[in-house]
Design a protein around this ligand. Sequence first.
Ligand SMILES: Cc1ncc(COP(=O)(O)O)c(C=O)c1O
Length: 398
Amino acid sequence: MDRRELGAGTRVVRAARSLPPGDGRPVVPPLVQSVAFAYDSASEQDAVFGNERAGYVYGRYGTPTTAALEAALAELEGAEATTCFVSGMAAIAAAVDACALAAGGRVVAQEDCYGQTRALFERWSRERGADIVFVDTTDQAAVERALRARPTRLLYAEAIANPLLRVNDVVALAALAGRHGAALAIDATFATPVLLRPAKLGAAIVIQSLTKYLNGHGDVMGGAVSGSKDLARAMRERTILDGGYLPPHEAWLVIRGMRTLALRVERQCVTALEVARHLSGHPKIGAVRYPGLPDHPQHDLATRQFGGRYGGVVSFQLRDDTKEAAFRFLDSLDLAASATTIGDLFTEVLYPPISSHRRLPADERRRLGITDGFLRLSVGIEDPEDILADIDRALERV
Ligand SMILES: Cc1ncc(COP(=O)(O)O)c(C=O)c1O
């Protein structure tokens, strides 16, 4: 029987399923949105599903565009491999669960880590009976005591902690963890790979919220876990079964944003230091926390660890240390956005008690140093004079 010509319905469905062949490599990686990947040979497909050969099968297993981002991040971090997730929180959840909790392992975590990370760990303790203890990770004797108390799988800390900006000594923590048979996980979101490459300093697991500096444009959420190839295999298991893999369009945008990471961060560090110095002398300010100021408790460590740059976030406490004063400050900002993120092109100010640290009991929040007049400012790439003028105008109204 003659093969009939294809009908219009079939033609449109089959049309443009791949790009026409032609010479020349694109200078920007293509955005491959395809969820599924077709094979001419079932045995070839079998080999890819079975991890006997490299390839793509389905969106949760890996996509060429997300893989391009993963390769770039691994190189940036100086790690063997990177796996990308739909958010920083998804990356943290996957890494901590797979590397410790799923096997009943204990975690020693930084007490003043990002509020939602702490809330997640506390929820796991409550709901799953997870053994997670919180310590001041800048106090090495306290960390040692916590590690010595019971066998521990994971020591978890942030390079520059959100929002108090305490700086952790990654080399010292890696040595401590190693002595007690634990792996060190560092969330380096505030430091970025421009200031710090924790994988090169002994951290087994490096976490980034791609939502922040790496993308930098405030239009994508994403997270990354970097480390060994074994870690990447464990993380891939998570993306396949838990479903938190970073889709290609987001990956493509992060690749684009990431190209200016070093330029943005260098400028933000310079402006942030200027802002911190300015705030230090301001009569309406009670205290400034910035690793670049000589009175910061880990200033020397920060200078050593980050090569003379201190990040783009400045935290401060109003002299009138009240919620009303904080609200007046936020409502008086004109240029800076009162918004809950960091690391964007735009200057953004956050009031942690109503946002990132809302779930933390008020007493514990204040004990950590997040008082009622505490604000966190993420410096953008606007002209520094305009950022300072905006802050001064808002402070006048406090
Ligand atoms: C230090 C740190 N880690 C992780 C996260 C979570 O990232 P995401 O918002 O992309 O889930 C945040 C978010 O603010 C953060 O500040």
